[in-house]
Design a binder for this molecule. Structure first.
Ligand code: DGJ
Length: 690
């Protein structure tokens, strides 16, 4: 809902449980009024009538209060907008008009031919904000920085910052620390979202998992990005964020050109960290993830088992075993195309390797379909090996700086997707591939960062950073439109490209290359702070873990850990015993039964990954599922009871595992003992309201 003050200079946006308000002064300064619990227009007007902060020399009266601080004038905070023209630096805008369009508010400002539109849109209780800039003048305008939004928190003491940090194979680990004066800046200067930080922050003063106020912001952008959290001198906290890391040039807008920032979404919740996560999940399922009400299938992928050493017969045999364990989607990973028998060659040549797949992919895809499964493949379209037909034909199609070394990571270079000819080549290759065989799923990988992001011959090569992401989005949009039944997974060496931008164009994400079921608990705990189980792909692999640490764990523990998301199997099924295959079949069957509750239900984190016992619970309608995992039992002590959440205290629940009948109030207050013991024990508990 959008309400407007009588003077046409106060705006109040409200969702079911929260409100956001702002106002324009007579001097066209756009000031923040409120972000928090739902309020009435009269409350927003009362806030607007409060006296302005007292004037002190050396302090700005605007800093910490503006909706979108521009550069210049009496401001000393980091500007959200920094522009240059031949004649001027900074911005001095004049308000032109507002437009109210359903749930969306647009405020239009102008400064010497630059049109600046601030957009606000309520999606449930999530406020989506973004900015469009248009050069309406004759001379070019250089955008050094154009953030999507600046968020202002209420004046409180003791703010804490939560962030999700990591690296390859150790993504999305949650850390929480007190905010001190100055700025905390996170982001990526790598050209992709990065394993190092998810583009999300949360701020609270005293929240717990189920209680207290939490403010969160998440950026919908898959290239370089920056979020700066500033604790200003007067207890104000502001968070500003957008595409691009530095202020050294984002784009140059020629006369008539426009730039639209990504969306920076903000959420206030008073349901603690758990309530905030559930609200983020609901938002993504309703507004971001394509076909979110369609559950994702159980997949098999042999990457960990076979690496590059694949053949058609071997994949066919694995497919037969996968089908026997109940797998629904069989994926051929890296190594099926060009001269790709190792990571040294073939990237860029998207035709089946004639030695490995002499009849193309269709015979295997047909066989996989005949086994009752969907068929998927791996691609990494934005990359090229120097040893490839593509690079030999077009060495100038990569990002490079003239006269400088072309840095290789994993023996590969990054294609310059900002080029039209590169986009067209990839479209033809991928469209042709998806038309050549019955392919239902594409795992889209991205395995190196930008290093030499140059574009010889282009007048403003800096635009490559932004235009690469736009081209990626454009390609995905075009492929999805032309092949609507194909699902896409975003992968970047695991979780190096996880954000709301890519999520609006892909059906799931590869969470991490780390498939160790214990490490995964921490990675999944962090991931779940913002993203739902519906997109979180998780595989059961071999024990000892081949990829990373050699850890030995039970099949039971591996399955229950991976069942917290979109279940997959990635072990070497050719080596699994008949008993293991039969046990796997039972787990897959169980997963299919609980899948709607896991993928579409509300998530409650009952116990975090630290300590011996970890547990998550999902609730959908009358059904609840608990996944409990005991890493190690100490001193013979039984695992403590799990106090459940999200149940009706006045209802009665039947446990499907034991047949036991439980009162809702008892489950909520006294809990349920998971009955685990020993090391790497785990269980699934299904409850149904009766
Ligand atoms: C990185 C991915 O994260 C892996 O799952 C696998 O697909 C390899 N790339 C293949 O090169």
């Amino acid at each position: 809902m959008l309400e407007i003050g009588a003077d046409g200079r106060i705006w109040l946006l409200s969702g079911p449980g929260s409100s956001y308000a702002l106002r324009l002064t007579d001097g066209d300064e756009l000031l923040h009024l409120h972000w928090g619990p739902r309020i009435a227009l009269a409350d927003a007007e009362a806030l607007a009538a409060l006296p302005a902060p007292r004037y002190w020399p050396f302090e700005s009266q605007l800093d910490g209060h503006e909706e979108y601080p521009v550069e210049g004038g009496p401001r000393f905070v980091r500007p959200a907008l920094s522009v240059r023209t031949e004649k001027r630096r900074g911005t001095e805008w004049a308000f032109e008009a507002y437009e109210a369009d359903g749930e969306e508010l647009r405020l239009r400002f102008t400064d010497s031919g630059l049109l600046i539109n601030l957009h606000y849109r309520m999606r449930g209780d999530v406020v989506e904000r973004w900015v469009t800039l248009a050069n309406d003048g004759a001379a070019p305008v250089e955008l050094l920085r154009a953030d999507a939004a600046t968020w202002t928190l209420p004046e409180r003491e003791g703010w804490r910052l939560s962030q999700l940090h990591g690296r390859w194979a150790a993504e999305s680990r949650l850390v929480r620390s007190g905010l001190t004066y100055g700025e905390k800046v996170i982001g990526s200067r790598r050209g992709h979202t990065g394993h190092q930080h998810l583009p999300w922050v949360a701020l609270d003063t005293d929240a717990t998992e189920e209680r207290g106020e939490v403010y969160g912001c998440a950026l919908a952008w898959s290239g370089s990005w920056r979020i700066a959290v500033a604790q200003l001198p007067d207890a104000q906290v502001q968070i500003t964020g957008g595409a691009g890391y530095d202020d050294s040039g984002l784009l140059r807008l020629a006369a008539g050109e426009t730039y639209t920032t990504p969306v920076f979404a903000g959420l206030w919740s008073d349901g603690g960290f758990g309530g905030a996560s559930r609200a983020w999940h609901a938002y993504q399922r309703a507004y971001v993830i394509p076909d979110a009400d369609r559950d994702r299938p159980v997949l098999y992928n042999s990457w960990e088992a076979t690496g590059f050493g694949i053949s058609e017969d071997q994949q066919r045999e694995l497919a037969r075993r996968a089908a026997a364990t109940g797998v629904e989607l069989f994926v051929v990973d890296d190594g099926w195309f060009g001269a790709r028998t190792s990571d040294r060659a073939g990237l860029g040549d998207w035709t089946p390797n004639p030695d490995r797949f002499p009849g193309g992919l269709k015979p295997l895809a047909d066989d996989v379909h005949a086994l009752g499964m969907q068929f998927g493949i791996w691609v990494e379209p934005e990359m090229v090996n120097a040893d490839s037909d593509l690079y030999r034909a077009h060495p100038d199609w990569v990002q490079y700086q003239p006269g400088r070394r072309r840095t290789e990571f994993r023996n590969q270079l990054v294609l310059n997707l900002a080029r039209d000819d590169v986009q067209e080549y990839l479209w033809e290759q991928l469209d042709g591939l998806l038309s050549s065989a019955p392919i239902d799923y594409v795992k889209w990988d991205f395995n190196r960062c930008f290093t030499d992001a140059g574009w010889p011959g282009d007048a403003y090569p800096q635009r490559l950073w932004v235009d690469h992401v736009r081209a990626l989005y454009g390609l995905l949009d075009r492929l999805r439109a032309a092949h609507p039944s194909v699902a896409f997974e975003s992968c970047s060496g695991g979780g190096g490209r996880v954000d709301l931008g890519i999520m609006s164009r892909t059906d799931q994400v590869w969470t991490s290359d780390n498939t160790d079921p214990l490490d995964r608990l921490a990675i999944q705990h962090g991931f779940s702070q913002i993203h739902p189980a519906r997109v979180m792909a998780a595989w059961v692999t071999d024990s000892p873990n081949t990829q990373l640490n050699g850890r030995v764990s039970s099949l039971r523990f591996r399955f229950v850990s991976a069942m917290a998301g979109v279940l997959g199997v990635g072990g070497d099924l050719a080596e699994w015993t008949e008993e293991e295959l039969a046990e796997a079949r039972d787990w897959v069957d169980l997963y299919k039964e609980i899948r709607p509750v896991v993928q579409r239900g509300d998530l409650y984190r009952l116990r975090g990954p630290e300590g011996g016992l970890s547990a998550v619970q999902y609730v959908l309608g009358d059904e609840a599922v608990v996944l409990a995992l005991l890493q190690a039992q100490h001193h013979g002590e039984p695992a403590p009871p799990l106090r459940l959440r999200g149940l009706d205290p006045s209802a009665t629940y039947e446990c499907r595992e034991t047949g036991g009948i439980h009162r809702g109030a008892v489950l909520l207050h006294h809990g349920l003992r998971p009955g685990l013991h020993g090391d790497f024990d785990a269980t699934v508990i299904r409850l149904r309201r009766i």
